[in-house]
Design a protein around this ligand. Structure first.
Ligand SMILES: *Cc1c(COP(=O)(O)O)cnc(C)c1O
Length: 434
């Protein structure tokens, strides 16, 4: 392909004149890996086609939502029907109630849920709710966990544990992040010290239980248990950001995974997004009744949205949830993910490339390390050049993994054994070059 015939390149150049960086969300720009982003013209099942008509096996699935694969017939039908009934009313609908009931029946830690339009909005609202409900200001998060781009959450660790964080974005005043404490993921000693120092003032602790924004890193069981105990002891609300993991790692979400090892385990507030919209703008946050009743119009914590509970988005989400509830869905999805991970690991081993893999349900991560990393600092020591060689080698062979070493990967129900085999076959070729 020459520059004169590469439609992706032409579109990227056009896009850069009218959209900052040519993209509407930064990671799409391929800045981490170099090269030209693929402009998607259409998608079906486990595949998408770029502007040059080249086909890819899609392991991103819109960063998680497309768990059924693209264009699932039952979802398409539900969306088409909803479109004919109206796009948006700014008034309540039966479908919102149905979706809320469906979500609550699957996630027992929540008594009530509010629907919003993005994970950012849900996370931001959950923090405001936690502050309003506790009457406290301070919040605690972990390095490498992403909770959307609300001002107070765009923070990295300060110079020492007892210090509060620094904004990671221009345009965020220091005053806005002065109450945000950032700790290392999976570090129990730091966690305990932070609660000893600030526990009485802590409104909430927010965590990605299985972090998907630093590739794929699990919170260890003892760490998770200690988070829960300390929140309870100090009266801080424990917020599970399951925007990525919710209905992605299992039908009971990541909290269901942890409840298997920690009996009775529950977060206080859960934040959902991605899968619950099935590819449409839809997210949610929910928790116990007493906390949720602090929200307007019942309580003093304001929260609102013109398109919240949008009738087309809720139709898409409901149809998606009804498919993933079917018996055996997660067993089949998890088996595919494990087959792929085992295949990649086998290929790396044969080529003598240090490699480690982890997965849960339809979410996975792989690393150019012998052992799985436990925190963001370790993930970021990945050899960039080798990762980029791997990424571009796979891309050339029609396999679309995340264009950054700090992102997770996603399997869909539409991926076939042949897709997995083709992926591993390509990996064998690349690993021999690494
Ligand atoms: C994607 C994501 C968000 C942000 O959701 P948007 O819909 O992109 O605003 C928040 N938290 C986590 C864990 C995510 O993966």
């Amino acid at each position: 392909m020459t520059p004169a015939t590469d439609r992706n390149l032409q579109l990227f150049e056009r896009a850069r004149h009218v959209i900052p960086g040519g993209v509407n969300s930064p990671v799409r720009a391929f800045k981490a890996v170099g090269g030209t982003p693929r402009f998607v013209s259409r998608a079906q099942g486990a595949y998408f086609w770029d502007a040059n008509g080249k086909q890819y096996i899609d392991y991103i699935g819109s960063w998680g939502p497309m768990i059924l694969g693209h264009g699932h017939p039952a979802v398409v039908e539900a969306v088409q029907k909803a479109c004919l009934e109206g796009f948006s009313f700014g008034a309540p609908t039966e479908r919102e109630v149905e979706l809320a009931e469906e979500i609550l029946s699957l996630v027992p830690s929540m008594d009530m849920v509010r629907l919003v339009s993005s994970g950012t909005e849900a996370g931001m609202s959950a923090i405001r709710l936690a502050r309003g409900a506790t009457g406290r200001n301070k919040i605690l998060k972990f390095e490498g966990c992403y909770h959307g781009h609300a001002d107070a959450l765009l923070v990295k660790a300060g110079s020492g544990l007892a210090t509060f964080g620094h904004a990671t974005s221009a345009g965020v005043p220091a005053e806005v992040v002065q109450h945000t404490l950032v700790l290392e993921y999976n570090d129990v000693a730091q966690l305990e010290k932070a609660f000893t120092l600030h526990g009485k003032d802590m409104a909430c602790l927010i965590i990605e239980p299985i972090a998907g924004n630093m590739n794929f890193v699990r919170a260890s069981i003892p760490f998770m248990q200690r988070c829960r105990e300390l929140c309870t002891q100090y009266g801080a609300l424990f917020i599970f950001d399951e925007v990525m993991t919710g209905f992605r790692v299992g039908l009971r979400c990541a909290q269901g995974v942890y409840a298997k090892s920690i009996p009775g385990f529950e977060p206080d507030i859960t934040v959902l997004g991605k899968v619950i919209g099935g590819g449409m703008p839809l997210a949610a946050f929910g928790g116990k009744r007493a906390v949720m009743e602090q929200l307007a119009p019942l309580g003093p914590v304001y929260q609102a949205g013109t398109l919240s509970g949008n009738p087309v988005a809720t139709a898409c989400g409901l149809a998606t949830l009804r498919e993933i509830k079917k018996p055996g869905f997660y067993e089949a999805l998890g088996a595919k993910t494990q087959t792929l991970m085992a295949g990649l690991k086998g290929a790396a081993d044969k080529a003598g490339v240090p490699f480690s893999v982890d997965s849960e349900g339809g979410m996975f991560g792989f690393f150019l390390f012998d052992t799985l990393p436990q925190n963001y600092a370790k993930v970021m020591t990945t050899d960039n050049q080798r990762f980029n060689t791997l990424f571009h080698g796979m891309l050339d062979r029609g396999v679309y993994f995340a264009p950054a070493l700090y992102e997770a990967g996603f399997m869909s129900a539409a991926h076939t054994d042949a897709d997995l085999q083709a992926t591993v076959h390509s990996a064998v070729e690349i690993f021999n070059l690494l």
